[in-house]
Design a binder for this molecule. Structure first.
Ligand code: PLP
Length: 287
């Protein structure tokens, strides 16, 4: 396995970073998770845009142009002879001293890892997930924007731990006003009377690339879809609930806080969107 690290490709065993890297010391950096389907990197441009926006927001200056960054990602899957892969791009502040001031970090570290895709079991898509709301709240946008995919994912990790403790598959994260935002690493949608809703991102959800692709796809398929604030009550009483994300694609939720959603099986619209989504992923991207 070849890893892109610090301007070159190195073997996995040699892919090590300094303990003085502020990505390690402070979670100071940004990342992206992408997916390649049959050699096609799904929404590469969108992921690159989001990476650069995350970096701009935390005053991290990437040492490459967007085009160079895209080339590095494409080359990483080529080198590893992968057609279908999960790709992780990490940009850390780089090595500095023990103080947290990034001013002492001279050069960001750019890392690209591509691995064969560990597919979620098909059985999970047929069964659907159990979700539970958690006490931790989505961080407020006036502090650190939820749009920044920062290396400091402790908030999301705590939420995941809460979900594990509660014995559910995924966490339902609310904002500080109690509106539904998203899962620990995926966006949420509900369906009511054949209409699809997802929370507006200003409530505190990451503007997921899969989320946006599903909004476009649903409109093309003539579904009514809108960004509307909703609460847990709306989720409990929905006809269908599903999550979207690079890793999960589209996955049904059949139980939320012990409330069984409809018949407790993945809904018709959810299944339709998943089927259609899997058709577009191999064409809508960069080869
Ligand atoms: N929400 C959070 C907090 C995430 O980390 C992710 C994963 O990237 C998502 C949602 C889903 O976004 P995307 O569809 O771009 O993978």
């Amino acid at each position: 396995q070849w890893i892109y690290l610090d301007d070159r490709f190195v073997k996995k065993e040699d892919a090590v970073v300094s303990v003085f890297d502020h990505g390690f010391l402070y979670g100071d950096g940004v990342f992206e998770g992408l997916r390649a389907y049959n050699g096609n990197i799904f929404k590469l441009h969108e992921h690159i845009e989001r990476l650069y926006q995350s970096a701009q927001s935390i005053m991290l200056h990437l040492p490459y142009s967007k085009e160079e960054m895209e080339d590095v990602i494409v080359e990483t899957i080529r080198r590893n002879k992968l057609e279908t892969a999960y790709i992780r791009v990490v940009v850390s502040r780089g090595p500095g001293n023990l103080g947290l001031d990034p001013v002492n970090c001279t050069k960001p570290n750019v890392i690209v890892i591509a691995e064969p895709l560990a597919l979620f079991p098909q059985e999970l898509y047929q069964r659907g997930l159990k979700m539970g709301s958690v006490a931790s709240r989505r961080n407020r946008p006036d502090v650190l924007s939820p749009q920044v995919k920062s290396l400091n994912y402790l908030n999301n990790i705590l939420v995941k731990l809460e979900a594990n403790q509660a014995g559910v598959d995924e966490a339902l994260m609310l904002n500080d006003q109690g509106y539904v935002t998203e899962g620990s690493a995926d966006n949420i949608f509900i369906v009511k009377n054949k209409k699809i809703f997802t929370p507006p991102v200003y409530l505190g959800a990451l503007e997921g690339i899969t989320r946006n692709a599903i909004i476009d796809l649903a409109s093309e398929l003539d579904y009514s879809i809108s960004e509307t604030p909703f609460t847990r009550h709306d989720v409990y009483t929905a006809d269908e609930v599903f999550l979207t994300g690079t890793a999960v694609e589209v996955i049904a939720v059949v139980d939320v806080d012990g409330r069984v959603i409809s018949d407790g099986i993945p809904g018709e619209i959810t299944n339709h969107l998943l089927t259609e989504f899997r058709k577009i992923v191999t064409v809508d991207g960069v080869h």
